[in-house]
Design a protein around this ligand. Structure first.
Ligand code: NAP
Length: 242
């Protein structure tokens, strides 16, 4: 069902983004792999092993012009953009009282503005095509808030509002827009947390295990295949938030 589609995944060099890129490649999608600092050759070859095309594109999603250029290049190379996964994200954790302006701005610019930038430009193409799938990476903390993550939680809550607004605006042209809210997934992002914090989180997960990147990737594939779900936030969190 997804064979031959063009899927753009942001922040896809590692972690959840890489798993999503590979999951879509496995479904037969050609992959546009956005990365920020470095892209291991092994990521490109893992995508190509599925016999699909892989177009790596380095750049910062927080840059409006980069997002515009990426979409232009995708159009030039493939003609269409069928699936957009806004996965790129960062944390700059700090208690609110000590949070710097830079820590707040960096997280909002990458997570929220980056998602806006990509939707803004990709939707032009999708509106003309009268089809498309947009999947945004939120987080359960965008629903619940979290100590030390006011910037990150605000960015993820913003992504949820953005997702629902885009879903309403784009639905009439057959474009779906949903968010995934992961709980705790084992990646470099969560690897930096103290053991004690990780244990506390584990205790709060009813399914009693941390999430794996493939748990999120399979949810993304599910949302891309379903044409009657839009404006939703799908929690993939082992039951952390219900
Ligand atoms: P990760 O391993 O740190 O990967 C994040 C990726 O985003 C990296 O490849 C990074 O590239 C890229 N990136 C950062 N800033 C970027 C920018 N300005 N432009 C383009 N790419 C950029 O994190 P992850 O755990 O896989 O997280 C992926 C997404 O899931 C994020 O949106 C995160 O907020 C969300 N999430 C994760 C968890 C979790 O438990 N892991 C939970 C909820 C939500 P560089 O390293 O080169 O900068």
């Amino acid at each position: 069902m997804l064979e031959g589609k063009i899927a753009v995944v942001t922040g896809a060099a590692k972690g959840i983004g890489k798993a999503i890129a590979l999951a879509f490649a496995k479904e037969g999608c050609n992959i546009v792999l956005n990365y920020h600092s470095t892209l291991p050759d092994s990521t490109i070859s893992a995508v190509k092993e599925y016999g699909v095309k892989c177009l790596p594109m380095q750049g910062d999603v927080a840059d409006f012009r980069f997002a515009m250029q990426l979409v232009k290049d995708v159009k030039k190379e493939f003609g269409t953009l069928d699936i957009l996964v806004n996965n790129a994200g960062i944390t700059r954790d700090m208690l609110l009282m000590r949070m710097s302006e830079e820590q707040f701005d960096e997280v909002i610019n990458t997570n929220l503005k980056g998602t806006f930038n990509m939707i803004r430009h990709a939707s032009n193409l999708m509106l003309k095509q009268r089809s498309g799938v947009i999947i945004n990476m939120a987080s359960v903390v965008g629903l619940t808030g979290n100590i030390g993550q006011a910037n990150y939680a605000a960015s993820k809550a913003g992504i949820i509002g953005l997702t629902k607004s885009a879903a309403k605006e784009l639905a009439q042209r057959g474009i779906t827009c949903n968010a995934i809210a992961p709980g705790f997934v084992e990646t470099d992002m969560t690897d930096v947390l103290a053991e004690e914090t990780k244990q506390e989180i584990l205790n709060a997960i009813p399914l009693k295990r941390y999430g794996k990147v493939d748990d999120i990737a399979s949810a993304a594939v599910f949302l891309a295949k379903n044409t009657y779900i839009t404006g939703q936030v799908l929690n993939v969190d082992g039951g952390m938030v219900m």
